[in-house]
Design a protein around this ligand. Structure first.
Ligand code: KIV
Length: 285
């Protein structure tokens, strides 16, 4: 397909899909090639998630991810995308100090190629920031339920909204995100019934991760579905491939073949012409 035939997914497309009861597909991506394959498969949106702290940078959680990290990976992913909506996570403490700080940092991610940013939580200052960012022309996706940047206050990887009262609190937060201009909300690790209730009572799309089938869309971490990440894999992450096995088999085979001088074969090398070889004469053994 020619570039001019591709209709890029926008935040309006997200809303249209929800209104038409069509599911929204979303995956994380951190590098150019993976982003390109995701786009070619017709996934609606990619998130440069700060989960790259674990999957790419080897940290225990997302807390150490910096703006510089997010800018680098947002640039790489954006270069691979022609159709999908590109959303970049705002990392820990990059939108908490002031509206100015949030705007400058969100602007950097947009200039790196993102069409929207995602930030976690719905406290008053975050709602103010969302309103300000949307007034500046920056699309904002919210994130409720389990919010990884609050891991130290939550105290662990716990399901959120497990009671009637907490489900109502999540709905209230979702409505506030909507009122302040968020175009969609990620719901992470929320009971299916609570996520259904929230999805049915908000106008903007909900994108679930560990939140059951009634959300308006689904997102998963690409390294989890491909079986590449070898750290802790949550129960909601269905594994569609075993890249770890494919990669370790290939790498081990390469190791053996070099040690045993099986690789490289004639088709992998460059050769001198006969004339040049003759000039080298006896120097070639
Ligand atoms: O960082 C991330 O990958 C995310 C998803 C899990 C939603 O925020």
């Amino acid at each position: 397909m020619n570039n001019q035939d591709i209709k890029p997914v926008s935040v309006k497309t997200f809303q249209k899909l929800k209104n038409n009861n069509e599911k929204i597909t979303m995956l994380t991506a951190y590098d150019y090639s993976t982003a390109k394959y995701i786009d070619e498969c017709g996934i609606d949106a990619v998130l440069i998630g700060d989960s790259l702290g674990m999957t790419i940078l080897g940290y225990d959680n997302t807390i150490n991810v910096t703006m510089e990290d997010m800018i680098t990976f947002t640039k790489a992913v954006s270069r691979g995308i022609k159709r999908a909506l590109v959303v970049a996570d705002m990392p820990f403490l990059s939108y908490h100090l002031s509206k100015e700080q949030a705007t400058l940092n969100a602007g950097k991610l947009i200039q790196a190629g993102a069409k929207a940013v995602k930030l976690e939580g719905a406290s008053d200052f975050i709602l103010d920031n969302i309103k300000h960012l949307t007034n500046c022309g920056i699309n904002v996706m919210g994130h409720l339920g389990f919010t990884p940047q609050y891991i130290n206050t939550i105290g662990g990887y716990y399901v959120q909204g497990k009671s009637y009262e907490n489900t109502l609190k999540l709905l209230e937060a979702a409505k506030k995100l909507e009122e302040n201009g968020a175009f969609a909300i990620v719901l992470e690790m929320v009971p299916e019934e609570s996520a259904k209730y929230i999805s049915e009572n908000t106008s903007i799309p909900t994108i679930g991760i560990g939140a059951g089938k009634y959300c308006d869309g689904q997102i998963l971490v690409v390294d989890d579905i491909l079986g590449k990440y070898s750290g802790n894999i949550p129960k909601f992450a269905k594994k569609y491939a075993n890249l770890k096995e494919i990669m370790t088999n290939a790498i081990s085979q390469y190791n053996v073949e070099v040690k045993e001088q099986i690789f490289p074969l004639p088709e992998h090398v460059f050769n001198l012409t006969k004339e040049e070889m003759d000039k080298l004469g006896n120097f070639i053994s």
